[in-house]
Ligand binder design. Structure first.
Ligand SMILES: *Cc1c(COP(=O)(O)O)cnc(C)c1O
Length: 389
């Protein structure tokens, strides 16, 4: 097959596996089929729409219960959640933080907000996320341990933390990463923005690090309009997270006393109300999304030159975004497929530009990233909403 025939074949298979008669099919859109209207109406009727109200507490309880973590702190978006996670990992100015080059820009931005420096690492073909084995070899060669802390021998800076990201909902290989973090004294902060409902060896992603950030943006697996959460098993960290995200005000009936330069990051009640309704439907949603992934798998199974990315053996994925991976010989088809599908009302996207190639991050330290460089050219995300089933 030549590149044109191949591309036409991909788009026609996509089309025939998606609902008919729709003018436009989004990459990922939310569904509101439960108690959303009821809970939102209750907020409006009661007047509790902003920073006080029962839904924030309720949402936090439900998120921690669902993720199997002891505590959740709701905030206004996933980026803010990551920022606070890094603060609570004691990431300081001029520290380096290890982060995959293939992730959404917010992962690195949150590091920059702390005055720290992202240090980019490669990913694994198996998970599309950070590769702990490659990272282990790399740290062996570039770092040294001094009085219990890890230092970059080249830059002299402390390497304080690692932020793995569970790409498109597929879990990173966490066991070896946890061991690596212990060996080098690195804080593990999970960017679980995309992985609500994804499990590693039966345990929810985001429960392996000291803290993790989840996103409830409109395009994520469930939404609060905009929103995020910090999850942790550590009670004192949870208390600090709440304090820091609510302007660090010391509780008092009337006095305004603040003991840190805190943030106004809390999630409003109206967003939490939406989140409570969405969470009730999450198990059903996950079923549908996994069914859709299975359908795509079958649809492309007999086609040469293309794979539908499947969850790694150790993971049960929410399949937030389904992913086509073109064989190298068909990499040139990527842009033709993107062009044809989007023109035909089927929203598809390439993966993010690798962060070490962005002008804002090109000066940052990095390892060689052959896997990310290779995959970047061959990935296409395809419509993945539950309502595509
Ligand atoms: C969505 C996302 C974020 C940020 O979440 P927001 O709620 O949009 O701020 C961070 N990291 C990754 C990998 C994401 O996909």
């Amino acid at each position: 097959m030549n590149i044109e025939e191949f591309s036409t074949n991909v788009v026609s298979r996509l089309k025939s596996n998606l609902p008919e008669g729709r003018e436009f099919i989004a990459l990922h859109e939310p569904t509101f089929e439960g108690n959303e209207w009821n809970y939102l109406k209750e907020c409006l009727d009661s007047g509790w729409v902003s920073s006080v109200g029962k839904y924030v507490d309720l949402f936090e309880q439900k998120v921690s219960a669902f993720t199997g973590t002891n505590h959740a702190v709701a905030v206004m978006n996933g980026t803010a959640a990551l920022h606070i996670c890094l603060k609570l990992a004691d990431v300081q100015q001029q520290d380096e933080v290890l982060v995959p080059s293939l992730t959404f820009v917010a992962t690195a931005n949150a590091i920059s907000y702390c005055g720290a420096i992202p240090h980019f690492v490669d990913i694994s073909h198996q998970t599309l996320g950070l590769d702990p084995y490659v990272l282990s070899d790399y740290l062996e060669s570039i770092s040294e341990i001094r009085s219990g802390a890890c230092y970059n021998k080249k830059t002299g800076r402390r390497i304080k933390a690692v932020v793995p990201m569970h790409t498109f909902g597929h879990s990173v290989d966490l066991d070896p990463l946890v061991i690596l973090c212990e060996k080098y004294g690195l804080e593990l902060v999970e960017d679980a923005a995309e992985s609500l409902g994804s499990y590693y060896k039966g345990r929810h992603t985001g429960s392996f690090g000291r803290t993790a950030a989840i996103s409830f943006n409109g395009n994520k697996i469930i939404t609060t309009g905009g929103g995020g959460a910090i999850v942790t098993n550590d009670e004192s960290i949870a208390r600090k997270a709440k304090h820091l995200t609510t302007t660090s005000k010391i509780a008092h009936p009337w006095e305004y006393d603040h003991d840190h330069i805190g943030y106004n990051y809390r999630m409003p009640n109206i967003n939490a109300a939406l989140g409570c309704a969405q969470l009730e439907k999450l198990p059903e949603l996950l079923h549908k999304k996994r069914d859709l992934a299975a359908r795509y798998h079958i649809a492309f199974a007999d086609m040469d030159g293309i794979q539908v990315f499947r969850e790694p053996d150790f993971s049960s994925s929410n399949y937030w975004l389904n992913t086509l991976i073109l064989d190298r010989k068909y990499a040139a088809a990527r842009d033709i497929i993107l062009n044809d599908s989007n023109k035909n009302g089927i929203m598809t996207r390439p993966v993010w530009k690798l962060l070490h190639k962005l002008s804002i991050y090109e000066h940052c330290p990095k390892m060689n990233t052959p896997v990310a460089d290779d995959l970047e050219k061959r990935i296409i995300n395809i419509p993945s909403s539950a309502n595509c089933l």
